[in-house]
Design a protein around this ligand. Structure first.
Ligand code: ATP
Length: 954
């Protein structure tokens, strides 16, 4: 069916004939031609075809032609255009054409790189699909948000992104963060009820939710009434779409550097122009050629676009290693990360929980089997027991599996093993209940759930209210509570034994906590389970919706502890080891119990000290900023912490001068994720809100992937330095011939022409330089401390190495090649009749000398410290291709007759080639010696520092 946009808009609006917010919840289904069980898949597909995808049309970015032209109209390009015109005016059309050609090649090249980088970033966007939970064909399904249609019933949980406009039909303490629509940062309370105020704007309607906003807390169900461009967000999307990628600090710095160097090049050009006229008595036209030569030699063409491309390539490589980067600039920040604050559950551990023990005051039951397959036994003192004979165990498992939102999925066409929907902690409890042969479907029918007081990380527990027979409670209601042991136990006044509630005295309380600590010390995760009969005499509110956690979660009866194993991920220990070597500190901030956290931290190598400082969330609240900073200097774990508290830790670390990466998955993690230098959200378990706030999303939720990303980040930065060193060093051998000509007052003929400089800068040098951008991270890159964020890319060390070391070596060799040719031909008595050809051969030698030494140098630039003999000369295939390309261009310049006049070249003989090639290994060996010296110096200074440190600690 084909409809134009306005027709579709009208149709979507017409689905609901009455203002949807004024109808009672029960009437909404009929109005939107759907049912409480959702649409059928067939109907949904029909509607999808009718209404189109639920997506916001992207505002068109700048037309390609404008982006293309921008590469020819920036300051440097304009200067080069003018330079060309001056060339023509000075009656040097060759030069004019050559300069313009430079400009054109440079512009095309920049455009191509920009385009590639943009494509790489766009491709990433597609790796981050947004999903929605809906009811389809009567069951819950997870579909792509873009496939939502009007009439779909969506299920909302805390942290979900709301992907379409909907009318709430169920809501449990539901709040929506609508700041994107209303600017109001405080989440708005939403209900399913019809409001009676007429003065409210549409976004303020309490029973409507809107695309582009987020579920801040609670849970709910809504019927979609508008999708795509028909949503409120769609209507204003044009205004809110972001203005595109901002430049990263590195890109900004390079923009500055390029401009600065261009101005410097101009000044040097002007200086040489004047000097050529005054010192070497060269005529104005030729002086102008010198000036242009110097300018062209020094302008670092291609620096900025290559950096952008290197960053984009880094982003692609990181994506392959399970870290999706949302901003290019995050790549470089990752490289200077000094502290990683990480969650425990799921990030450091596998988050595939298995209940190993069930502890009750009078007995302890061991549960066998691993993973989510409900195959295992319940053993007491090594003998199997059945729930039928063990009322206490039955009650514990019943409460733990009914106060639960997870579902267990048997092996099917999609997975060959048992899997889960929902929270792994909860799923483990369902598995345990099934091992005990509890029929959960029947139990749920028997005691249907009336209400949930959802899990909140600051409460560290959740409750569900169930309907029960009058026999059990005269109020016909019962609450099940599960959560962190200490917090739940504090709310208990009784404990359950032999089918009845007994008073919980101090000794029993102590006994529970001792058992809890014993399990925790082994790194096990413990939850306490309790219940409460909601009897009439409690005078609870008549309406279930008015139940609050304060009212329900008190005077509880303790049922027992559930103990689960959540082993560390296999790769984590090695990743932590890498961080230790790389000078990156790891701080665990977990909601779990201190002893469990400490045990896991010790097992994976985060903690070594005997008595690490463990600060609980409550203690953190008491600590002032100075004390916190002092504590952060040593080994530390934050346990029982709420996500909101991460923000304070991150801020303190930043104030101490750290570059901080922090992980998070929930809504409450968002402020810390935003504040941190690198916010890392979990791709699997993370909420949409966390993903939105983060800079990096881990597709496997794995700590090791953060460390891989840091390594890549360091690698990308180093590659950019390698590239910059390489293209800067050829400036020196390009400039020295002009200086020699000038200061010999013309006695020595000009050893290198401008066209030859251009041939190097825009011909032979291009590919090898780019190839350096794809170098793999150097070995030992994670054995050095992080780079300081303020450190400049072109620091003193890099400039000295480029100009004074490589630059001078190359200049000497290139000039020696020039003189070698004259010397071969009887310098100083060169026969007059051959003077022209010999001069052409000599400049060819200078050109080929630069190319030969650049071949050696591109190898040298591949590593900063490591020996090429160890790394392998042919590991980077692009470099080899680049060199082949470089030599091919050189041969074309030397052996194509019609280029001889333009490039002042002439064929050279075998001896000359031998002379040139001889230098390549020498250049490499010279630099190998420098690297060896540097390595041994660094080793010595490291061991000196170690000695000093040891001396201090003794
Ligand atoms: P981390 O912060 O390292 O991811 P965590 O899962 O322990 O670990 P939270 O999700 O903040 O952190 O949970 C805090 C505590 O709340 C847990 O240690 C546990 O005791 C309790 N808890 C976690 N999930 C549930 C749940 N579904 N129902 C009840 N209590 C829970």
């Amino acid at each position: 069916m084909n409809m134009n946009e306005s027709q579709k808009g009208q149709t979507a609006g017409a689905v609901a004939e009455n203002p949807i917010e004024s109808l009672p919840a029960a009437a909404v289904y009929a109005e939107l031609k759907t049912a409480a069980s959702g649409l059928t898949q067939v109907e949904a597909e029909k509607r999808l075809e009718y209404y189109g995808k639920n997506s916001i049309q992207k505002r068109k970015s700048k037309p390609l032609i404008i982006k293309f032209l921008a590469n020819f109209t920036h300051l440097m390009a304009i200067l080069l255009w003018i330079g060309g015109v001056v060339g023509f005016i000075a009656q040097l059309p060759q030069l004019g054409v050559a300069i313009w050609l430079v400009n054109i090649i440079n512009g095309l090249f920049s455009f191509w790189q920009e385009y590639q980088a943009e494509k790489a970033v766009e491709a990433l966007g597609e790796l981050l699909p947004v999903y929605a939970h809906v009811l389809r064909d009567g069951g819950e399904a997870r579909i792509l948000a873009e496939d939502l249609v009007p009439g779909d019933v969506i299920i909302l949980a805390e942290g979900d992104r709301i992907s379409a406009d909907g009318r709430l039909v169920e809501a449990d303490d539901f709040r929506a963060d609508q700041s994107i629509l209303t600017g109001e940062s405080h989440p708005a309370h939403k209900t399913k009820d019809v409001g009676n105020r007429t003065d409210l704007g549409r976004a303020e309607q309490p029973n409507l939710i809107f695309a582009g906003t987020n579920a801040a807390s609670g849970s709910g169900k809504a019927v979609v009434f508008a999708t795509g461009m028909n949503t409120e967000f769609g209507k204003i999307a044009d205004l809110t779409q972001s203005m595109g990628e901002v430049q990263s600090p590195l890109q900004k710095e390079l923009g500055r550097v390029t401009r600065l160097v261009s101005v410097m090049a101009m000044s040097i050009g002007a200086f040489f122009f004047v000097m050529a006229i005054l010192v070497a008595n060269v005529n104005i036209a030729e002086s102008f050629i010198f000036a242009m030569g110097m300018i062209v030699a020094f302008i670092p063409e291609g620096l900025l676009p290559t950096v952008t491309l290197s960053l984009a390539m880094g982003v692609q490589r990181m994506a392959q290693r399970n870290a999706l980067i949302k901003r290019l600039s995050a790549v470089e920040t990752l490289g200077c990360t000094t502290v990683i604050c990480t969650d425990k559950t799921g990030t450091l551990t596998q988050n595939e929980m298995t209940v190993s023990d069930l502890w009750m005051v009078k007995q302890q039951v061991r549960v066998t089997g691993v993973g989510y397959a409900p195959e295992g036994e319940m053993l007491r003192e090594n003998l199997p027991i059945s729930l039928a004979e063990n009322q206490d165990l039955r009650q514990l498992l019943l409460a733990a599996s009914l106060c639960n939102n997870s579902r267990l999925l048997p092996p099917g066409p999609e997975t060959s093993h048992w899997s889960i929907l929902g929270d792994p902690t909860e799923a483990a409890l369902v598995v345990a209940a099934q091992k005990g042969k509890l029929d959960l479907a029947e139990e749920a029918q028997h005691s249907p759930r009336l209400r949930e007081l959802p899990f909140e990380s600051y409460r560290k527990r959740m409750s569900t209210i169930h309907q029960v027979s009058a026999e059990i409670s005269d109020g016909k209601q019962l609450a099940y509570i599960k959560g962190s042991p200490k917090e739940v136990l504090d709310l208990c006044t009784k404990f359950y034994q032999d089918g009845q509630g007994l008073p919980l005295d101090e000794v029993t309380r102590e006994k529970v906590m001792t058992a809890n600590d014993e399990f925790a010390r082994k790194g096990l995760r413990v939850l306490a389970v309790a219940m409460r009969l909601l009897t009439k005499d409690l005078n609870l509110p008549a309406r279930l919706s008015e139940y609050t956690s304060d009212l329900i979660e008190q005077d509880l009866t303790f049922l027992g502890l559930t103990v689960m194993a959540d082993p560390p991920r296999e790769e984590v220990q090695a990743a932590v080891g890498k961080c230790n070597q790389a000078g990156i500190k790891i701080i665990m901030i977990t909601g779990d119990y201190g002893l469990t956290a400490e045990s896991i931290a010790r097992r994976i190598g985060i903690i070594y000290e005997d008595q690490p400082r463990i600060i609980t969330g409550a203690e953190l609240d008491e600590l002032n900023d100075d004390a916190l900073k002092q504590a952060l200097a040593g080994e530390i774990i934050f346990a029982r912490a709420a996500p909101e508290q991460k923000l304070r830790v991150v801020t303190a670390l930043q104030e101490m001068g750290n570059v901080v990466a922090v992980t998070g998955d929930g809504v409450n993690d968002a402020p810390a994720l935003k504040k941190a230098d690198i916010g890392v959200a979990m791709g699997i378990s993370g909420t949409d809100v966390a993903k939105e706030a983060a800079d990096v999303i881990l597709t496997d939720d794995n700590f090791a992937s953060i460390v891989n990303a840091v390594e890549e980040g360091r690698g990308v930065y180093n590659n950019i330095r390698k590239f910059a060193t390489y293209i800067l060093n050829s400036n020196v051998p390009e400039a020295v011939p002009f200086i020699i000509f000038l200061f010999s007052r013309g006695t020595i003929p000009l050893p290198l022409t401008i066209m030859q400089i251009l041939a190097v800068d825009l011909g032979t040098d291009m590919l090898p330089a780019i190839a350096l951008g794809s170098e793999l991270p150097e070995e030992g890159i994670m054995k050095r401390p992080p780079r300081r964020q303020k450190e400049h890319l072109l620091n003193r060390y890099l400039l000295i190495r480029a100009f004074l070391w490589y630059g001078l070596i190359e200049s000497s060799i290139a000039m020696s090649a020039f003189f070698f040719l004259y010397w071969q031909n009887g310098w100083p008595g060169v026969p007059m009749e051959n003077a022209g050809v010999i001069y052409q051969m000599a400049t060819t030698m200078t050109l080929a000398g630069i190319v030969a030494t650049q071949i050696g140098t591109v190898f040298n630039c591949r590593t900063e410290r490591a020996s090429l003999f160890k790394v392998g000369f042919f590991k980077n295939r692009l470099v080899i291709i680049g060199i082949a390309f470089e030599l091919a261009i050189l041969c074309i310049l030397i052996y194509t007759p019609f280029l001889h006049t333009l490039f002042n070249t002439a064929p050279i003989g075998l001896i000359e080639w031998a002379y040139l090639f001889m230098w390549i290994p020498i250049v490499i060996l010279l630099d190998e010696s420098r690297k060896a010296l540097l390595r041994s110096w660094e080793q010595r200074s490291a061991s000196r520092k170690n000695k000093i440190r040891k001396g201090v600690s003794q």
